[in-house]
Design a protein around this ligand. Structure first.
Ligand code: CO
Length: 680
C-alpha cells in the first residue's frame, strides 16, 4: 500500500473520542447538479434547493456542484429559470462552501464548439455571478479545447480543475489506448496547463476498484495537483472504487446525499462517512446533520420529482455496462433507435459492430456527444450497409469528427473511411489539424445584432448565443412578451398530496367500487363513456346498460390542477376484470389537465405512382431540403437532411432525374418510409 493511502483505524465511538483525521478525505457534493441530472432529468428547481442550502453549507464539503452540464439548458428551456440567477440566489445561502460547475471545454454548457469570444465571455460571467471551481472537460481529452477558457478562469482568480475522461477499450484498464501511460500523460498535460486539481471523470461507471487503485496511486506519485475522483454508480462498482481510491491516496471524492445517490448517479456520502469514521481519512462530517438534510429532501422536495425517476427496472444497476464497457445511456439510446426502426432483433449485430466503428473513428472516449455519434453511426451501419460496402449512411456529426471539428481522436481515424466520409463535405475534403475553434468566426456581435434589445445584458446575450431558439423563447418569457406555459410552472407539495389522495382512493375502491370487488361483466358494444366532474377533478366512467343496472366499467382519474404533470395520474383498469381492459381512451378535451400536444409524425403521402420515391429510412425530423421541385439530380446527390436521435442524416437521391415533388417542410416529423420527395 502506498504511503499516501495508509489507513489507520482507531477504536472509538461515534459521539465521543472522534479524533481529527491527519489527512481528511475531501468531498464534493453533487446532489444539486449531477445528482438530479442523473436521476431526475436535471429538473431540479432553484426554489427546491434553498430549503436545505444553509444546512448543506454547514457540513464541510470541499465544494458543492450546482451548475453547468445540462442545468443551463434545462433551466431556460423547461423550468423558465434564468441560469445565472441560480448561482446568485444559492450564493446567498452557501456562505462558506465553494461552488463548482461542469464546463464542457469549448462546448461550454452546450453541444457544439462555440467561438472563442463566446467561450471567454461565458467563463467571465459565470465567475462574476459567483462560480468558484471550473471542472473543465473535453469529450476527446483534446486539451487544445481548453485553451480559450483556462486563461480566463485563471484571470478571474478561480480554480481550474482539469479533467480526464475515463474510457476503456476492453474489460479492464490497459490495452493500446487507455492504459496507465495514457492517463499519466494526460495528467501531466493538465499540470502543465496550470491545473489546480485533476479530476478523473468516470461518467459511465467503468472504473474497476483495483484499476482505480493503480491509477490513483500512479497519479499521486507523478503529478502534484490534488487528485479528484468522479465515478458514476451505473454498473454498481463505484462504492468499491471509492474505497480503493481512498486507499490509494485520492484527495477528493464526489458523492451525493442519499436521496440523490445510486442508480446512474453516484454513491451516497453517508456510508462513506461511517466507513472512514475514526481513521486518518475521516471526513469529519456529522452524520446526524446529513440525515436532517435528507429528511427535508425526502419529505418536502422529492415527492415533486419522484415521477421522473426511471422505475421501469427493479435493479438499480446496469450489468450491460459491465459487459460492453459502454455508458448505460448510450446503450438505451441504441435500443430506442432500433425500436423506432422496427429492428430491435438486430441489437446483437449492433453490439458487434460498435467496437469496430469506434476503432475506425479513432477510439474516442464514449461521453456525450461522442457516445451518441459512435452509437448512431453503428446503428446506421448495421441497418443500411450492404456487405463490404460500409458507411452507406453517414451522419453530419461523423463527417465533422472526421474533419477534425471535435479535435484530435485518441488514435488516428481509419484513413480509408475518413476519405470516403469527407467526399463532398462542405468545409473541405482535407481534415484540419489545428485547434478546432480557430476555424470559427467571432459570434457575439452577430448574436447581439440578431437578438437586439431583447437581450438586456451580457448574461441574456449569452443565453441567446448558446441556445438561439430556446434562448429567444426564454427571453421573451423573461421580459413578459410571452406567457409562461402551465407545464413550466412549479408544482407544489399540495398538488402532489392531492394527487396521491386520489390514487389512494381509487386503489381502495372508492372510485371504482364494483370492479374492485372482483366482479365485472363483459362490456357490451353499447358501452358509453362519460366524464364526471367533481369539484376540481374528473372521473371518466364507462356505463353499460346491458344486463340491468349500470356497471362502472373503469375509471380514469386526473387532478384538475392547472399544472400539467409529465405523467398524468392514470388508474389502469383493475386486474381482476380483464374483460374490461381496453386501449386507453384519448384524453378528453378539457380545460383541466392540459396534455402537452405532442407532434405526431405525419403519415407518408401516398406513393406517386410514377417516378422514384425517396423514402425516409428512419423516423425523424426534416432539417432541410437541399433540392427543390424542378431541380435536376444525379443518383447519390443529397436531396434532404433529416434529424434522427439528435444526429443529422443526409439522404441521397435514389435515381437520376428531376425533383417532381417535395412532400414536407422544415421541422416536420416524418415516419419511417414516409415519401420525402419524388424524382422523375
Ligand atoms: Co457525472
Amino acid at each position: 500500500m502506498s504511503e499516501h493511502g495508509k489507513i489507520e483505524i482507531t477504536e472509538m465511538q461515534y459521539d465521543k473520542d472522534r479524533p481529527k483525521a491527519s489527512n481528511p478525505l475531501m468531498i464534493e457534493d453533487l446532489s444539486l447538479r449531477d445528482g438530479h441530472q442523473s436521476l431526475f432529468a436535471t429538473r431540479g428547481r432553484t426554489e427546491d434547493m434553498i430549503p436545505m442550502a444553509e444546512k448543506m453549507d454547514e457540513i464541510g464539503f470541499w465544494a458543492v456542484e450546482m451548475w453547468g452540464g445540462a442545468t443551463f439548458d434545462t433551466m431556460h428551456r423547461f423550468l423558465n429559470e434564468d441560469p445565472f440567477e441560480r448561482i446568485r440566489t444559492l450564493k446567498r445561502y452557501f456562505k462558506k462552501t465553494p461552488f463548482a460547475m461542469l464546463l464542457r471545454g469549448q462546448n461550454l454548457v452546450g453541444y457544439r464548439n462555440y467561438a472563442d469570444d463566446v467561450a471567454k465571455a461565458f467563463v467571465n460571467r459565470a465567475s462574476e455571478n459567483g462560480m468558484d471551481i471550473f471542472r473543465t472537460f473535453d469529450a476527446l481529452n483534446d486539451y487544445r479545447n481548453f485553451e480559450a477558457v483556462v486563461p480566463v478562469i485563471k484571470e478571474c482568480g478561480k480554480h481550474f480543475q482539469g479533467t480526464i475522461c475515463y474510457s476503456l477499450t476492453e474489460a479492464r484498464m490497459g490495452g493500446d489506448v487507455y492504459n496507465i501511460d495514457y492517463y499519466i500523460k494526460k495528467a501531466k498535460e493538465l499540470e502543465d496547463m496550470g491545473a489546480d486539481s485533476i479530476c478523473v471523470k468516470d461518467m459511465a461507471g467503468l472504473m474497476a476498484p483495483y484499476d482505480t487503485y493503480e491509477l490513483i496511486k500512479a497519479l499521486k506519485e507523478t503529478v502534484s495537483p490534488l487528485i479528484h475522483l468522479h465515478s458514476h454508480f451505473t454498473s454498481g462498482m463505484a462504492s468499491m472504487t471509492h474505497l480503493k481510491a481512498v486507499e490509494a491516496g485520492v484527495d477528493i471524492i464526489d458523492t451525493c446525499l442519499s436521496p440523490y445517490a445510486y442508480r446512474t448517479s453516484h454513491p451516497a456520502i453517508e456510508p462513506l462517512v461511517m466507513t472512514l469514521l475514526g481513521t486518518n481519512r475521516d471526513t469529519g462530517f456529522d452524520i446526524k446533520a446529513l440525515t436532517d438534510i435528507n429528511e427535508i429532501f425526502e419529505k418536502t422536495i422529492l415527492p415533486k420529482y419522484k415521477h421522473l425517476l426511471d422505475d421501469t427496472k427493479v435493479s438499480i444497476i446496469d450489468t450491460n455496462v459491465l459487459i460492453h464497457q459502454t455508458p448505460g445511456g448510450m446503450l438505451s439510446n441504441l435500443v430506442n433507435q432500433l425500436r423506432e426502426m422496427d429492428a430491435l432483433d438486430r441489437i446483437d449485430e449492433v453490439y458487434k459492430e460498435l467496437p469496430r466503428v469506434r476503432k475506425e473513428l479513432g477510439q474516442v472516449p464514449l461521453v456525450t456527444p461522442t457516445s451518441q455519434i459512435v452509437g448512431t453511426q453503428t446503428v446506421n451501419n448495421v441497418l443500411f450497409d450492404k456487405g463490404n460496402d460500409r458507411y452507406k449512411m453517414v451522419t453530419a456529426q461523423v463527417k465533422d469528427l472526421c474533419y477534425g471539428l471535435y479535435g484530435k481522436t485518441s488514435t488516428p481515424i481509419d484513413p480509408k473511411i475518413q476519405k470516403q466520409v469527407l467526399k463532398g463535405y462542405e468545409r473541405g475534403e482535407k481534415p484540419i489539424t489545428c485547434r478546432p475553434a480557430e476555424t470559427l468566426e467571432p459570434e457575439l456581435k452577430k448574436a447581439k445584432e440578431k437578438i437586439g434589445d431583447l437581450a438586456v445584458d451580457l448574461d441574456d446575450l449569452l443565453v441567446y448565443a448558446l441556445f438561439p431558439v430556446t434562448g429567444t423563447k426564454y427571453l421573451r418569457r423573461k421580459y413578459g412578451k410571452e406567457d409562461v406555459p402551465a407545464e413550466m410552472k412549479p408544482i407544489t407539495l399540495e398538488d402532489i398530496e392531492k394527487e396521491a389522495e386520489l390514487v389512494k382512493r381509487a386503489k381502495c375502491g372508492e372510485l371504482i367500487e364494483k370492479s374492485c370487488q372482483g366482479f365485472s361483466p363483459e362490456k357490451s358494444e353499447n358501452l358509453r363513456t362519460f366524464n364526471v366532474f367533481v369539484d376540481g377533478e374528473y372521473i371518466e366512467v364507462g356505463v353499460d346498460e346491458v344486463g340491468g343496472a349500470p356497471v362502472l366499467a373503469y375509471a380514469q382519474v386526473q387532478t384538475a390542477s392547472p399544472v400539467a404533470q409529465p405523467q398524468g395520474v392514470t388508474i389502469p383498469p383493475p386486474p381482476v376484470a380483464p374483460a374490461i381492459a381496453r386501449p386507453a381512451a384519448p384524453a378528453p378535451a378539457s380545460a383541466f389537465a392540459p396534455a402537452p400536444a405532442k407532434a405526431e409524425a405525419k403519415p407518408a403521402p401516398a406513393a406517386s405512382g410514377s417516378g422514384t420515391d425517396l423514402k425516409s429510412p428512419m423516423p425523424g425530423i426534416i432539417i432541410r431540403y437541399e433540392k427543390n421541385v424542378g431541380d435536376e439530380v444525379n443518383e447519390g446527390d443529397i436531396v434532404v437532411v433529416i434529424e434522427a436521435m439528435k444526429m443529422e442524416n443526409a439522404l441521397p437521391a435514389p435515381a437520376k432525374g428531376i425533383i417532381k415533388a417535395v412532400n414536407f417542410s422544415i421541422g416536420d416529423p416524418v415516419a419511417k418510409d414516409a415519401v420525402l420527395a419524388v424524382i422523375e
